[in-house]
Design a protein around this ligand. Sequence first.
Ligand SMILES: C[S@@+](CC[C@H](N)C(=O)[O-])C[C@H]1O[C@@H](n2cnc3c(N)ncnc32)[C@H](O)[C@@H]1O
Length: 256
Amino acid sequence: MRNEEIIETNREYWNKHADQWFGTTALPKYGVRFPTEDDLHLFGDVNGTKMLEMCCGSGHSLLYNAAKGAGELWGIDLSQSQLDNAAKLLGDNGYSAKLICAKMEEDIDVPKSYFDYVYSIYGIGWTTDLQGTFDKIASYLKKDGIFIFSWHHTLYYCIAWSCDERQNILIDDKLVMTKSYLDESYFKMPVDDSEIVLCNRKISTYINALAKAGFVVEQFVEESDTDSEEAADKTDLKTRKAEMLPISFCIKARKL
Ligand SMILES: C[S@@+](CC[C@H](N)C(=O)[O-])C[C@H]1O[C@@H](n2cnc3c(N)ncnc32)[C@H](O)[C@@H]1O
């Protein structure tokens, strides 16, 4: 599949399903069954800072940072429906942001060497050009600016219960490797009545691309929070899986 086709398939999904995901993957959460920003404090004091969110979706993370006193908010997303929801959410709460409908892979009309923070919650992994996206993010940041992002942990898609996870019925009580950790090819995934296209990049692919773009990694978080509300049911298969491997990861990097 060509990159443009992948992006258009994903855009169609997000335009159609924006309302369904309203506020589900946003700060203070970095992911499900994962420590939150309230636990990790990766951002520190954001008062008066200039912030850009890549793949800002419904705008809940922008709202979170606005409430913490961020000085200037920008958001980029592929889906106009998501941005419409974000504009309304921010407006209803007395805030505003510069919202741009664009692909993160393209040259976007945002100022260079300008932002104190660029961040993305479950957004970066959608890119069809990881190195190009990290290079662009580095260009938007000031020297010493911070880039924080979270995404599915690569192992999550490689390891599964030998069971029907959706019906919570175990075939036997084992986690098994169902996909190569080394396979970074794109795959189609049916979701609801549509489909999305993703790939599962190795952790080293992220780290090496960050280094090449001029970042130094300050913190790499790969943990599970099995005390969280969503993990209350200790027999739930996703909770039991999270007790054995991280479902998400989060990286804090500084532009050199
Ligand atoms: C899982 S959502 C996360 C959004 C956000 N954290 C929120 O709270 O709504 C992923 C977002 O990435 C956007 N997206 C997907 N591919 C993209 C691309 N190539 N460029 C820019 N945005 C993209 C989608 O439109 C969607 O809003």
